[in-house]
Design a protein around this ligand. Structure first.
Ligand code: ADP
Ligand code: ASP
Ligand code: MG
Length: 477
């Protein structure tokens, strides 16, 4: 079969913050899009903000809330310089439409920030409006770069809302509504049919009333898969600054290796347990239609990266494929007379946390039912204590907090039915003299997670990674 026949018809390509960080990176990303376009493939592009811009915008919003408008304005000026410089280096004239549009966006941002300053109030709604400017500013730069590639592509940039992503009102962590898929098809099909490449600002959507929402940190991955599923794309490609999904965060485990193939379920577990490489919900839109996701390195486009499909492609030598960790976690120990032998207490605890939208990382209940331990992010600690501190069916609960904990998880579909995995995990930790505070195994048997002291996390991750044979083979020079 020829290459042309094998080529996918429609690709959604997502570019992360590093791939958008300056004019050179954007030009390179645009060349990767153009390469596929020149092969006759249609491409929809979804972009992140330039690296560091999302955190910068959060800082600007907080400075305005505190009344430091001078600091906020200085930082907006720095953003202006960074985006104008990129436009200029990409080849835009000072009065080019892209430059004018960037100027208008930055002016609207300044006004939104000024509103927060006047009110001294930063609501989740205004935070989303402000933080989504990162992607709204980077999308025009990518569209510009595409038009200026050698092959002179036609491109048109859109906000998430303009592209059809309509969400609920959960600002900061919004979810797409069912009407999204049809709306995306409606908004993008005409452009694609006309040979124009849509460039969508990732991370953001809008409510039915038109208020801007964001999909949670790392949400551009999710935007891309939402669009990919709606358009029945052949594949979604997430271009990154790493080779693909690795057996551990390469920043903390130097021997981490690329994982060639993963299942959707494995990726979800990895992302849920702290692997920052993909948004935890990123693969969910792709599952039903079985659309493959590839995680690829922009620095090495020929390298296959990681292919995510339904099939985990497990090999018997490596039942565990990856080790992840979440730092900044607390254990809340719930005990007291009110809990003893009362079966529905756990249901009440879960309901109280769900109402507050608090993520529960691990749960364990003693068999005497005299206490329940909950693992949550430390950033949710205050809200958790408030939610559980309210009277619950008149029961008296005692709440004790153990701060500075970490959760370590091993992930791999091959663990299912394989004996000795837990034994290997525990001996690796014992050999490194690491104390285990809590243990839980998901019923899917795709992961085993442990709570350990926060200070042990680096050593624990490296020890477990090497115990499961995941370190890269040392090659002689
Ligand atoms: P992007 O903007 O492209 O989405 P992110 O910074 O969100 O980039 O995600 C990529 C980063 O995720 C990598 O630089 C890496 O440090 C980190 N990371 C954490 N765990 C993993 C893992 N298991 N595999 C690959 N990268 C990981
Ligand atoms: N820019 C957003 C973030 O930093 C979304 C993303 O990069 O995926 O979280
Ligand atoms: Mg990301």
């Amino acid at each position: 079969m020829s290459q042309i026949n094998q080529a996918p018809q429609l690709l959604v390509m997502k570019f992360g913050g590093t791939n958008m960080q300056d004019a050179d990176a954007i030009r390179h990303s645009a060349s990767l899009v153009a390469r596929s376009l020149n092969e006759g493939v249609k491409v929809v592009v979804v972009v992140s903000a330039m690296s560091g811009v999302t955190n910068g915008l959060l800082g600007i919003a907080e400075a305005a809330e505190k009344g430091d408008i001078a600091l906020a304005n200085d930082q907006i000026a720095a953003l202006r310089t960074r985006h104008f410089t990129a436009a200029q280096l990409l080849g835009a004239a000072p009065d080019a439409p892209t430059v004018r549009e960037l100027r208008e966006l930055l002016e609207t941002l300044r006004q939104a920030v000024y509103g927060v300053y006047l009110l001294r109030e930063l609501t989740p709604r205004s935070r989303d409006l402000i933080v989504a400017f990162g992607e709204r500013l980077s999308a025009p730069l990518m569209a510009l770069a595409l038009t200026l590639t050698e092959s002179g592509q036609r491109a048109h940039h859109l906000t998430g809302g303009q592209a059809g992503i309509v969400t609920d009102n959960q600002f900061g962590n919004a979810r797409p509504l069912p009407s999204t898929a049809a709306r995306i098809r409606d908004r993008l099909t005409g452009l694609l049919d006309a040979g124009v490449t849509p460039v969508i600002a990732g991370f953001m959507g809008e409510t039915e009333k038109g208020a801007i929402t964001t999909l949670g940190r790392g949400g551009t991955d999710f935007s891309a898969t939402i669009v990919g599923a709606a358009l029945h794309a052949s594949e979604v490609w997430a271009w990154k600054d790493v080779d693909g999904v690795m057996s551990a965060d390469p920043r903390s485990v130097p021997g981490a290796q690329n994982i060639a193939q993963l299942s959707y379920g494995e990726v979800m577990e990895l992302a849920y347990f702290g692997a920052k490489v993909l948004h935890p919900l990123a693969v969910t839109p792709l599952q039903d239609a079985g659309i493959p996701l590839r995680v690829k390195s922009a620095a090495d486009p020929e390298f296959p990266g990681t292919l995510v499909t339904t099939d985990p492609h497990t090999d018997s030598v490596h039942p565990v494929k990856a080790v992840t960790a979440i730092k900044g976690v607390s254990i809340i120990n719930v005990s007291g007379a009110g809990i003893l032998g009362v079966p529905d207490v756990v249901a009440d605890l879960f309901a109280a946390l769900a109402r507050e939208n608090i993520t529960l990382l691990m749960v364990s209940q003693s068999s005497s039912m005299s206490n329940v331990s909950l693992v949550i992010l430390s950033s949710d600690e205050e809200r958790t204590l408030a939610a559980l501190g309210r009277p619950m069916g008149g029961r008296q609960l005692r709440l004790d907090v153990q701060p500075e904990v970490a959760v370590l998880a091993i992930v791999g579909a091959g663990m299912r039915g394989t004996k000795g995995v837990s034994a290997k995990l525990f001996s690796a930790l014992a050999a490194a003299d690491i104390n285990i505070l809590m243990i839980s195994q998901g019923s899917s048997e795709l992961n085993i997670s442990l709570a350990i002291e926060g200070q042990d996390v680096a050593l624990a991750t490296r020890s477990v990674h090497s115990a499961f044979g995941l370190d890269a083979p040392v090659t002689a020079n």
